[in-house]
Design a protein around this ligand. Structure first.
Ligand code: MLT
Ligand code: MN
Ligand code: ZN
Length: 298
């Protein structure tokens, strides 16, 4: 199985167009918005999440280059972890494509019908298929399992009636040919019960690294009410008591071969700058903070 990290920043990217926080003005290498491409054979590729940066991400990735026919593409489909705009706006940018299948949790499909009605809009452009993700299914030669990680709705979907969750999921990809396993969980409000088991045996686990610390958003932006806003965003911080790094340290002791990495870094997150103490310290404690374009083979 091959994985390409197309983008590693949270919504807005890094730097964000309207932000002059210390990280945004630091000159750190830019990060585009979170999403990956995964393939069993290096020929057929599946996007997981479609950020508004998807066009530039595809053009920067030789594995996803169009061809060999004049209107052919190795991109076969899209899986969505949630309905947030940073993970779904890119569907609009893929409107020229035909025959893609989009798989997503039921509530996410509902949001893409009503709150952000991209399904109806794209109905006039592309013959796409939309289906609910099954708990376990085969996708392009990979076995894909789904794990419910939360019920946080996007802001635009707060008032949608009748949509029960899950709103946010993680995916586990297993390659029966190599035995490799990979978990992608870019939005984790907590370390949920059963997540230890879901990540067991995975050679690479790519986790929500939105916030380095619990009070970061307010400290970096100075915005009134930012502390509450960060908490409401539903992203478990990396550091601090109960943070994801504690879980990584605990599990690393039992799973010496596994690699743990962070994506979906918010632009206020000092880890986004490879020259920062935060970056060095998190790496020293056993996690990776990959850049856009990082490739993994399992
Ligand atoms: C999130 O991950 O919390 C959202 O994408 C935030 C946003 O950009 O609206
Ligand atoms: Mn996001
Ligand atoms: Zn910023």
């Amino acid at each position: 199985m091959r994985i390409v990290l197309l983008g590693t920043a949270a919504g807005g990217g890094c730097p964000q167009w309207n932000c002059a926080c210390p990280v945004c003005v630091s000159g750190a290498p830019a990060r585009t918005q979170d999403g990956i491409a995964v393939s069993a054979d290096g020929t057929d590729w599946y996007l997981v999440n479609a950020s508004p940066d998807i066009r530039a991400q595809i053009l920067a990735t030789p594995e996803l280059a169009a061809g060999p026919g004049p209107r052919e593409t190795p991109v076969r489909g899209v899986l969505l972890t949630d309905a947030e705009l940073d993970h779904t706006l890119g569907l609009m940018m893929l409107r020229e494509g035909a025959g893609l299948r989009v798989r997503a949790p039921r509530a996410v499909l509902g949001a893409l019908d009503a709150g952000f009605p991209v399904r109806g809009i794209l109905g006039g452009y592309s013959g796409w298929e939309w289906s609910e993700t099954a708990a376990r299914q085969e996708v392009g030669g990979l076995l894909v399992s789904v794990f419910e990680v939360g019920d946080k709705r996007p802001k635009y979907a707060r008032a949608l009636p009748g949509a029960s969750g899950p709103w946010v999921v993680a995916y586990r990809f297993e390659d029966p040919a190599t035995g490799g396993a990979f978990v992608y969980a870019p939005c984790l409000a907590s370390w949920p019960p059963g997540f230890d088991e879901f990540t067991a045996g995975a050679g690479y686990v790519l986790l929500d690294g939105t916030f380095h610390s619990a009070a970061e958003f307010g400290g970096a932006t100075g915005a009134a009410g930012a502390g509450a806003a960060q908490a409401a965003m539903g992203h478990l911080p990396v550091t601090g008591a109960g943070g994801s790094l504690e879980h990584i340290r605990r599990l690393r002791a039992e799973r010496p071969g596994a690699r743990w990495a962070y994506t979906h870094l918010n632009n206020t997150n000092p880890m986004a700058d490879p020259r920062s103490d935060a970056h060095r310290e998190v790496c020293a404690r056993g996690a990776e903070i990959p850049a856009d374009g990082t490739r993994v083979k399992l």
